[in-house]
Design a protein around this ligand. Structure first.
Ligand SMILES: [Zn+2]
Length: 507
């Protein structure tokens, strides 16, 4: 591949990955920074992707027995104080409401007034406020399990923000469940992680590793945190979803008790789990290329664009009539249970301008129609997973089968490509020097570029974990469920270890 090849996105991934990411979002018109520091405006193309993520997940939640509900955005400070680890984890990134009105300040401006007796925290997560409701809803073992999900916005006062990946306000879903026994709560925690992994694979074409977080990386207040981790094209890891086994910690702090089968009052067992608009960042970084956004067809806002081509008004009339007829036919189409949406782009722009506009937005299939094509009853079809100039003539009567087949092939192709990339960039390392070399930036001008994922032994000590974090900015992403017991030596201290964990740089 020639480096001088013209690309739609400047800089390209190899030159400056972080800037490339911002430019892909801009070129696809998905989102932008707002005047409110750290908060983003999600534009229609980006929001439609979120809606598709939401729709697919919502069905999966419903099928696993969950129901949606909605709880307040404001959490009384006293609720937070009930769970010590929890408050410690979120204290440094809270937005706090302390006043309730504005008054003239006498100088033509306004001043805040009406100080609240108790400040409210704008929810950074809802365990405590939902727990207060659950304490009222649960009184007997007959009320369990209680399986609730909330779609909401969240505020975490982040200082360093990046569109979709880390923003002060973001959108998410948070599942909160209550169970009679420890085993049932643990089963739920695992089950929902599995739902996330399936969703990532089937809809986002994202291969993920399922595993458990170390003590230092787990959710504040949780007993155990499970996660899915994906590899981005800069070989860094992105945590794409988490599922927490909360034990009885939050049940005790919120007073969620139930009368058991034997008549005793007992504390319940709870879980929580979530994914957010961060998944859109994962999508962009896992699949997109130097020509812009690449979208797995199952979550694309639209799937096909028809681009009429003509030289004069007479041709325009003929071509647009033909195009509208096709658009009508396509309305009936679907693939793998997903309805196919079509755009008709008749704007007064050259065909090249219109093609590039849609390439940058990641639309999976482009169809050009001109008078000559109509005469032959064919159209020219281009796929986003092929070179921009590659086009193929397809007979009009074959389009209704060609399009769904192409979309399915692209969906599968992106998954296989992402999986192959992760496998190529994952190694087993047993030697400390080699480990340090692997994570040392190559002299590429991009300090973040490095080896990838390293499967290495770890003794379980936080001291070793911290040492590697300090030296290399590399963390333990997870202890994979799949890792087998195997004797080895800790990559940091050389002491006995019983299993390998995944080390990587991360977002
Ligand atoms: Zn060690």
């Amino acid at each position: 591949m020639s480096k001088n090849k013209q690309t739609a996105i400047v800089p390209i991934r190899e030159q400056n990955y972080a800037e490339w990411y911002q430019q892909v979002i801009k070129a696809a018109d998905m989102a932008e920074n707002s005047d409110v520091r750290g908060c983003m405006v999600i534009k229609p193309w980006g929001y439609a992707i979120w809606e598709n993520i939401q729709r697919a997940l919502d069905i999966m939640f419903r099928e696993t027995g969950h129901r949606n509900a909605y709880f307040p955005i404001f959490i009384p400070k006293s609720y937070f104080e009930k769970e010590a680890e929890h408050v410690e984890g979120f204290a440094k990134e809270c937005a706090i409401v302390t006043h309730s009105r504005l008054e003239p300040d006498g100088a033509g401006g306004l001043k805040v007034a009406g100080e609240l007796t108790e400040p409210y925290i704008v929810r950074p997560t809802s365990e405590t406020i939902i727990g207060a409701s659950f304490a009222k809803w649960v009184s007997s073992y007959r009320d369990l399990p209680l399986l609730i999900n909330q779609w909401a916005n969240i505020v975490r006062w982040e200082m360093r923000t990046r569109l979709f990946l880390r923003t002060a306000e973001f959108l998410w879903q948070e599942g909160h469940t209550v169970h009679e026994t420890e085993a049932e709560a643990m089963e739920e925690t695992r089950k929902m992680l599995g739902v996330y992994a399936t969703f990532a694979k089937e809809f986002l074409a994202l291969p993920v590793i399922q595993g458990e977080k170390t003590e230092s990386e787990k959710f504040p207040g949780a007993v155990t945190t499970f996660c899915i981790e994906a590899m981005m094209q800069d070989k860094k890891a992105l945590q794409s979803g988490t599922s927490h086994f909360l034990g009885q910690n939050f049940a005790k702090s919120s007073g969620i008790r139930y009368q058991s089968r034997s008549g005793e009052f007992e504390y319940a067992w709870t879980t929580s789990w979530g994914v957010s608009t961060r998944l859109i960042g994962a999508l962009i970084m896992a699949h997109s290329d130097d020509n812009g956004l690449v979208l797995p067809p199952k979550i694309a806002p639209s799937h096909v664009v028809i681009i009429p081509i003509y030289r004069n008004e007479e041709e325009h009339e003929q071509v647009i009539t033909f195009a509208k007829e096709l658009e009508k036919q396509f309305k009936q189409l679907s693939f793998e249970g997903v309805k196919i949406y079509t755009e008709l782009d008749d704007r007064d722009l050259t065909s090249s301008e219109r093609n590039w506009y849609w390439i940058k937005k990641g639309i999976p299939v482009r169809i050009e129609i001109g008078p000559r094509d109509i005469a032959q009853n064919t159209v020219m079809v281009a796929r986003r997973d092929q070179e921009p100039r590659d086009k193929e003539a397809v007979a009009v009567e074959n389009l209704v089968s060609f399009i769904p087949t192409a979309l399915s092939a692209m969906q599968e192709g992106y998954y296989q490509r992402a999986l192959a990339f992760r496998e190529e960039n994952t190694v087993e390392i047993d030697d400390k020097d080699q480990f340090y070399k692997y994570f040392t930036p190559k002299n590429s001008g991009q300090p973040e570029i490095h080896g990838g994922f390293a499967n290495a032994h770890w003794c379980g000590s936080e001291v070793c974990e911290e040492q590697i974090k300090t030296d290399l900015k590399v963390s333990i992403r997870c202890i994979p469920f799949e890792s087998k017991e195997e004797a080895g030596k800790c990559i940091c201290c050389g002491k006995e270890s019983r299993r390998r964990v995944i080390f990587a740089k991360s977002y």
